[in-house]
Design a protein around this ligand. Structure first.
Ligand code: CP
Length: 340
């Protein structure tokens, strides 16, 4: 496979300390310009037709091998990468961490080298440690890395799927009021989405309990041009923050990342922060209700809201296949073939 990419600028460029080679990986959306988002959406639109209209299969990635390696549980991300790869005729290998030599003590670094030696072209990694896919990208020479979620840090393909979903409902995100509610501190989805929203000209607002707000990213002292999050506003009162919102994005309460005693009780959290029908009624009439999933129904979101006509949760899931197909094509330099 030829690894000189024409679409280098779409993906993170990792400078390798041991050699001046720049390799492209998808680690986060911080390197995406508005044009990069638009190109990805345009390819995704064509990909979506493959599985909505037909023929459900394309041979664009024939000969490419993709491996998925998830150190944390997943339903949506893993299955949609597998579906995306298979629809494009790639060979997809799902490696189970529990049945791998990781359990015999093999290091992450050696696991990466082993996968590369098995001629894996694209490696989709989810890891509980923020930065793990960056480390993999730094050390792999022939295998390209896709970050499928690292700790509390980033989830670029979820953000791309979410922005693509919004693009299907609104012409532009410019000046749209997008409210992200809940456990922002532990949410990789929130971080990647906020980067994307800032690039696409939206007015992002975050609202959540003070101990679930990452003040180191959004506090007043960080309102400098060099901070990519500097357009994000914080509103501590959800009932005020939600007024006239065009989009409300609810976040899963990431209990598995909480230290003991972080929240006094789930009931109190739900009372103060759950997106309910009454609260959603304060938003814009056609508000789009999003959740990256999986949802804790009755905690951060009420069942009435989760399954309401405003909810685009299942669209987010379906659109993520098209986005992941587009990403696979761009990274293997086939994106141009689709657009022409
Ligand atoms: N949104 C998301 O990443 O879902 P999964 O954990 O099911 O992949």
């Amino acid at each position: 496979m030829h690894f000189m990419q024409k679409n280098l600028h779409h993906f993170d460029k990792v400078y390798r300390e041991d050699s001046p080679v720049i390799t492209p990986h998808l680690l986060d959306v911080d390197t995406f310009s508005q044009q990069d988002f638009e190109l990805t959406f345009s390819i995704a639109n064509r990909m979506k037709k493959i599985y909505t209209v037909g023929p459900k299969k394309s041979s664009l990635l024939k000969g490419i091998t993709i491996a998925t390696l998830f150190y944390e549980p997943s339903t949506r991300t893993r299955i949609s990468f597998e579906a995306a790869g298979k629809m494009l005729s790639a060979d997809v290998i799902n490696l189970s961490v529990d049945n791998s030599s990781t359990r015999k003590g093999e290091s992450f670094y050696d696991t990466m080298l082993t996968l590369q030696s098995n001629n894996i072209d694209l490696l989709v990694i989810r890891h509980n440690h923020s930065g793990a896919p960056y480390m993999a990208a730094k050390h792999l020479e022939k295998t390209l890395v896709i970050n499928a979620g690292d700790g509390s840090h980033a989830h670029p393909t979820q953000a791309l799927a979410d922005m693509f979903t919004l693009a299907q409902h609104m012409k532009s995100l410019k000046d749209k009021k997008v409210l992200i509610v809940g456990d922002v501190a532990h949410s990789r989805v929130a971080r990647s989405n906020l980067l994307a929203l800032c690039t696409l000209g939206a007015k992002p607002i975050i609202s959540g309990p003070p101990n679930l707000i990452p003040w180191d990213l959004f506090g007043k002292q960080y309102r400098v041009d060099s901070n990519p999050f500097n357009k994000v506003s914080i509103m501590p009162d959800l009932d005020q923050a939600i007024i006239d919102a065009d989009v409300v994005m609810t976040l899963r309460l990431q209990s598995e990342r909480h230290s003991k005693g972080l929240l006094p009780s789930l009931r109190e959290y739900a009372n103060l922060w759950q997106v309910t029908t009454d609260r959603l009624a304060k938003a814009s009439t056609n508000v789009l209700l999003m959740h990256p999933g999986p949802m804790n129904i009755g905690v951060e979101i009420s069942p009435e809201v989760a399954y309401s006509t405003n909810s685009v949760v299942q669209e987010q899931v379906s659109n993520s296949i098209a986005i992941r197909m587009a990403i696979l094509l761009l990274m293997t330099n086939k994106g141009r073939d689709v657009n022409e």
